[in-house]
Design a protein around this ligand. Structure first.
Ligand SMILES: CC(C)(COP(=O)(O)OP(=O)(O)OC[C@H]1O[C@@H](n2cnc3c(N)ncnc32)[C@H](O)[C@@H]1OP(=O)(O)O)[C@@H](O)C(=O)NCCC(=O)NCCS
Length: 195
């Protein structure tokens, strides 16, 4: 993403995995917890804001955290149903049986120690009855793109956005047909859960 005098310009790849093949059904590693209370995030090095966390947890989102002892080292979130991704201004419109996967993060000092892998297994076991999974990944994020590929996600669209304040021009290109659609989003105009 580039920010030029307050105008944000960037791109995201939209990933989907919609089929019946189960991704994971393993016992959840006991270092991973589904966190429901801000107090569990000791020192909160993950940088989660309490009001945002509470709002999401009340609105069909789940937070998965991997701990070493009681210290959180990494996280990922899932949201069932539609939501509005406020950074680029992209609405994700989907049914309640589809899960948007977001805020995937391992603390820099804990990377390369299977934190993501343990969280991912817990995540897909937790959502094993969901029909579809979606995610946005920046095209430059080669580590995550390779992980998405390994898990069986497909790049179905590329989004380009130009955003000033809360108004975004969204250009959507199908990866298969290359067909382009444009739309303007005036903030969270569909009144969706904010991510
Ligand atoms: C992407 C990220 C979550 C990976 O977390 P992690 O806990 O270090 O990952 P793990 O140790 O569980 O490794 C998972 C896989 O990624 C690969 N990987 C991890 N770091 C890598 C690196 N620097 N280069 C290449 N591959 C890497 C591992 O080899 C492993 O693959 P394998 O299962 O085939 O062995 C972490 O690098 C991160 O937080 N990055 C910044 C935030 C981000 O990009 N989030 C995703 C936004 S969509």
């Amino acid at each position: 993403m580039v920010n030029l005098f307050g105008i944000k310009v960037g791109s995201y790849l939209y990933y989907e995995r919609c089929n019946s093949e189960q991704l994971s059904d393993q016992p959840i590693d006991n270092s991973v917890k589904v966190v429901t209370n801000f107090e569990q995030l000791k020192d909160n090095k993950l940088g989660i804001q309490q009001n945002i966390m509470e709002n999401l947890l009340q609105n069909n989102s789940d937070l998965f955290v991997c701990f070493e002892g009681d210290v959180p080292l990494g996280m990922m979130w899932g949201h069932s149903g539609s939501c509005y991704v406020r950074g680029p201004g992209i609405p994700i419109i989907q049914g309640k049986d589809s899960v948007y996967w977001f805020w995937i993060f391992t603390l820099p000092e804990a990377r390369g120690k299977n934190i993501f892998k343990r969280l991912k297994n817990a995540f897909f076991t937790h959502y094993k009855d969901s029909r579809c999974f979606t995610a946005l990944v920046e095209p430059s994020n080669s580590i995550m793109r390779s992980e998405m590929d390994k898990i069986g996600f497909k790049e179905t669209k590329q989004y380009y956005y130009v955003k000033l304040s809360n108004t975004a021009l969204i250009i959507e290109q199908s990866c298969r047909t290359k067909k382009i659609n444009f739309h303007i989003e005036m903030g969270n105009q569909h009144n969706l859960v904010l991510i």
